[in-house]
Write a protein of this length. Structure first.
Length: 304
């Protein structure tokens, strides 16, 4: 009977866990909807702004904007975007692993010299790098309590100021890009200096229709000057790209958690079936044993 009690306790425990995972899945599904709406609304604007500035800056000298100055990456800053909470499968682990691989592949010398710093957005990456004695700058975990452009822009402004002051020569951004609830694309991209488009990408050409005439380059009229546009829009673009990365990561977090909790709920259901089967088998064995003892006792009495 002790075995039956143990199985009953396990069934009760797994049932409680299943209720929790089912509730967490529903909460993440509701949050995912809002997060998805936010990133879907921002992504076209952020993508087009980035393309526009990359094309414009490609035809300018490095001195046109301090954010375009390509310096030797002696001091490197890596912005790692994770979440404050776990129970999201490998979501946080993969982002941290991607950042570590980036540092090992591109900035191993800077790391050995102690010139790699981390700006963590999310408690999980904050704790990971602090435990390993990295130079973690600031604490940005509260940004998820009120996720909006202004709060993320404060983080970006401090990073931009550090780049302008020469504290960092290169800034990299690592995050999970949202594709759908089940798929998150690990992304690492250079934030500063602002990458330029290749010359071939900048040249806009068109051919005269239905002829083999010469290629005509399309010339655009920009007002005010190209330099003024770059000067005004580059800081805005940098803030927008970081905000997009945080929104991408936020949506990815809830998608990953919803998927993980759905799988956990399914696994709990399978475990419950196995436990109930084991319970019924143990109960049947106990009843059979009791019946055998009763029959044996009755036979002994009749024989006596």
């Amino acid at each position: 009977m002790a075995n039956l009690k143990e199985v009953r306790n396990r069934i009760s425990s797994v049932s409680s866990t299943q209720q929790i995972t089912k509730a967490m899945k529903m909460v993440s599904a509701a949050k995912l909807k809002r997060a998805t709406n936010a990133i879907v609304a921002l992504r076209p604007y952020a993508t087009k702004l980035k393309e526009l500035l990359a094309n414009l800056s490609a035809s300018l000298e490095d001195g046109a904007s301090p954010f375009l100055q390509d310096r030797e990456p002696v001091r490197v800053l890596v912005i790692v975007v994770t979440s404050n909470r776990g129970l999201a499968g490998a979501f946080n682990t993969n982002a941290i692993k991607t950042a570590n691989n980036l540092i090992a592949d591109k900035y191993s010398k800077q790391l050995a010299a102690g010139n790699v710093s981390i700006v963590s957005i999310g408690k999980k990456s904050q704790e990971f790098y602090e435990r390993r004695k990295y130079n973690v700058i600031g604490n940005n975990n509260d940004v998820y309590n009120d996720l909006n452009f202004l709060n993320v822009a404060k983080i970006t402004e401090s990073v931009m100021e550090g780049f302008l002051n020469g504290q960092y020569d290169r800034v990299e951004l690592v995050y999970n890009q949202f594709r759908n609830a089940a798929v998150q694309i690990l992304t690492s991209e250079q934030l500063l200096p602002v990458p330029k488009a290749e010359v071939d990408e900048v040249v806009k050409t068109t051919k005269i229709a239905e002829t083999k005439g010469p290629v005509v380059q399309v010339d655009y009229i920009l007002e005010p000057s190209k330099e003024e546009i770059i000067d005004k829009l580059i800081p805005k673009n940098i803030k927008t790209q970081v905000y997009k990365a945080v929104l991408d990561s936020y949506a990815s977090e809830h998608g990953a958690r919803m998927t993980a909790m759905d799988k956990a709920t399914e696994n709990a259901g399978d475990l419950l079936k196995a436990l109930k089967l084991a319970y019924n088998q143990a109960r049947q064995a106990a009843i059979t044993t009791e019946l055998t003892e009763i029959v044996s006792g009755a036979a002994a009495l009749s024989a006596g």
